[in-house]
Design a protein around this ligand. Sequence first.
Ligand code: ADP
Ligand code: MG
Length: 451
Amino acid sequence: MGEMDKIWGQAREELQKIVGADSFATWIEPLKLTEVEQGNAIIACPTRFLSDWVSRHYSDDILQVLDRLGAPVSRLTFETRSQTSRQVQAAAEAPKRPSRVHAEEELTAPLDQRFTFDNFVVGKPNELAHAAARRVAEGGPVTFNPLFLYGGVGLGKTHLMHAIARETQLRQPDARVLYLSAEQFMYRFVQALRDRTVMDFKELFRTVSVLMVDDVQFIAGKDSTQEEFFHTFNTLVDQGKQIVISADRAPGEIKDMEERIKSRLQCGLVVDLHPTDYELRLGILQSKTDAFRVQYPGLQLAPGVLEFLAHRITSNVRVLEGALQRLFAFASLMGREITLDMTQECLADILRANDRKVSIEEIQRKVAEHYNVRLADLIGPKRVRTVARPRQIAMYLSKQMTSRSLPEIGRRFGGRDHTTIMHGVRKIEELRSADRSLAEDIDLLRRLLEA
Ligand code: ADP
Ligand code: MG
């Protein structure tokens, strides 16, 4: 049994005495202490409804009990467990008839605290989607309905939807915003069919002010769910209620989706999130780094690391975030500065998967061409500045753009020692931040090589 389980076991006994058996069974029993971190106790709750209630009514009792048991806790954070796992679980249980309040609370998937407009970094690839999302969140007369957001995995669809939900709720506290994934919509619908509560289900959905359905491609091929979705959709649009939908592709490209639904989905504004570009990735990395610095105070980050990641990890933002998270955790564990070397070591698997396969030879050729020196000279022993500097730039780019080790790079530069390569890389790193035109040169070369 873990430490947390032990403390929580004792705390539960105490709490039961304080609040009584009935309240205990309803409110405290379903909770679980998962973590204590710097005086903050994380308590997992199965629903938001429960967490709201408990935090309002039982926070003091819980804090007191934990304190008495000697747990170093001064704050409580209630976390709602992932909706999906809970519902899979719920689907397997015998059907229960939930009360109305519970039903509504459980319909809305928990919103991720981090997914706000403030935390969303805007760049060329996502500016239109972002502007449209903002506009919808501002409310007022509906200008486009539905808003249909689409794009590849990990590009920020769910983030924007949560941001809309949160912002709408802030601006219009009375509005009933319902956010859920298409998968949850289906589970709920199937459950309602089984429990013979379809009327309640319909009623609930048709009285919301804003309906948001994430990953709608999920209901493709699920005929009765599609049918129900279509009717819900039409009713709400007819009432002038705002609808926001996301999918991994454009409406017209969703297979096994009824034509009438596709055309309905297209009648508002359809905007896509494009794959990220270098600038956006760097912006996201910088913004996440600021957040990590709070979490890991005192960690040093060598110059060039974020640029390196922005160049090398191009798949999607989720992978980029995961990489940064791992890097910070690793560095803090080791108590070391985050350097380029550490980054390459720590993220080798991710980097390999994202390898864009620029070869050292290509880099050498492009650099030689760009600076108008002979390839043989670039690789050879000449030490004149006009050759030595481009050579160092080629070394730098080789380190940044390939996953070759320093000794391997050395071998391809006429059998140079790895310390020579390291020196070259450092030199360019230094110059880069001081010399604008050199920095621009390097960016240009990189773009040429990536093209
Ligand atoms: P999708 O729903 O499109 O698959 P998500 O919205 O879940 O993608 O985004 C994946 C992760 O990337 C999330 O943690 C999200 O916060 C982050 N993310 C995506 N785009 C941005 C952005 N422009 N700015 C900041 N974070 C982003
Ligand atoms: Mg998503």
